[in-house]
Design a protein around this ligand. Structure first.
Ligand SMILES: [Zn+2]
Length: 301
């Protein structure tokens, strides 16, 4: 199912939002999140009963527990109305450089703290599952530095900055990582973990990549001598990813603490991997990843 645009009712009415989510998660019938049973019924107030029943509550016939569609998702235990959650997901999926918690706070009419918390949970949903296939074909590898006060890449100027290493399939997917130090051991380890042995790797001539040729077909481009494209050997794709990442982190998020950097990498990676589909489809893909990703962050004061 697609989210067509922000005018749709699920973004403006919390009951419609819940129905929308029920149709999405339970397209083949209601499933109890506690025991997996498909024998559940909707609780309705008894005629003449004075006890109100909350909308959207189901009861499992097998384990007798009650639940709603948000149990087991990033929305669980949140006081933010569900339609605002759906709208935040849409906004984060459709804004190329992301959207700050300040902007979400103003656009959705929720507190800054709630907006911050919400955005982090959504980034969490955007995180790739740990079991993913390896990158194939031509894979470009490069590192960059995020944060800090000074411009500069390796060596001078990179103090206070956090190295980010990225692997990008040409015309395909990205994996990016916060890295402690850009050593052959660290970068090589990520490459072995994420890149198929049959792939061809493109890098610049940084020493940390020197031994890759022993395990992979490896081509380099010599940036030091002003060479940017050497036949098919270039790293323009991964540099393109870094450029979107930096415009977003510098322009929208201003400051990203090292502690949360991986969440932002997940967000930019998610949009990059799904860049060829329209906003509505990208948002529904994010929405399909809300399960099993409950996050119990404390909102920082
Ligand atoms: Zn059950």
């Amino acid at each position: 199912m697609k989210i067509a645009n922000l005018m749709n009712e699920q973004f403006h009415d919390k009951d419609k939002a819940r129905e929308y989510l029920e149709n999405m998660r339970w397209s083949n019938g209601v499933i109890c999140p506690h025991c997996g049973s498909t024998e559940a019924y909707k609780l309705e107030a008894k005629p003449n009963s004075k006890r109100p029943v909350r909308n959207g509550v189901y009861k499992c016939k097998t384990c007798r527990k009650q639940f709603t569609v948000t149990v087991g998702t990033i929305f669980e235990d949140s006081h933010i109305p569900l339609n605002k959650w759906l709208m935040a997901i849409y906004l984060l999926c459709s804004s190329k450089k992301g959207m700050s918690a300040h902007q979400l706070h103003r656009s959705l009419g929720i507190t800054y703290k709630s907006a911050w918390f919400m955005a982090h949970r959504i980034r969490y949903a955007m995180t790739q599952s740990p079991v993913i296939d390896k990158l194939q074909g031509i894979v470009e590898a490069d590192e960059t530095y995020i944060g800090g006060k000074h411009r500069g890449k390796r060596g001078r100027g990179s103090e206070n900055k956090t190295p980010v290493f990225a692997l990008v399939e040409r015309n395909g997917r990205v994996r990016s990582f916060k890295t402690e130090r850009v050593t052959a051991k660290n970068l090589g380890g990520k490459i072995r973990e994420h890149v198929d042995k049959q792939a061809t790797i493109m890098t610049d001539e940084f020493l940390a990549y020197k031994n890759l040729g022993k395990e992979y077909e490896h081509h380099t481009v010599n940036h030091g001598s002003g060479e940017y494209v050497n036949g098919n050997a270039h790293t323009n794709t991964v540099e393109g990813f870094f450029s979107i990442l930096k415009r977003g982190i510098n322009g929208v998020y201003h400051h990203v603490s090292e502690q949360h950097l991986e969440r932002y990498l997940a967000e930019f990676g998610f949009r990059y991997d799904n860049r060829k589909v329209e906003d509505a489809v990208r948002a529904s893909i994010a929405l399909s990843q809300i399960e099993g990703k409950r996050l119990t962050y404390k909102v920082p004061c």
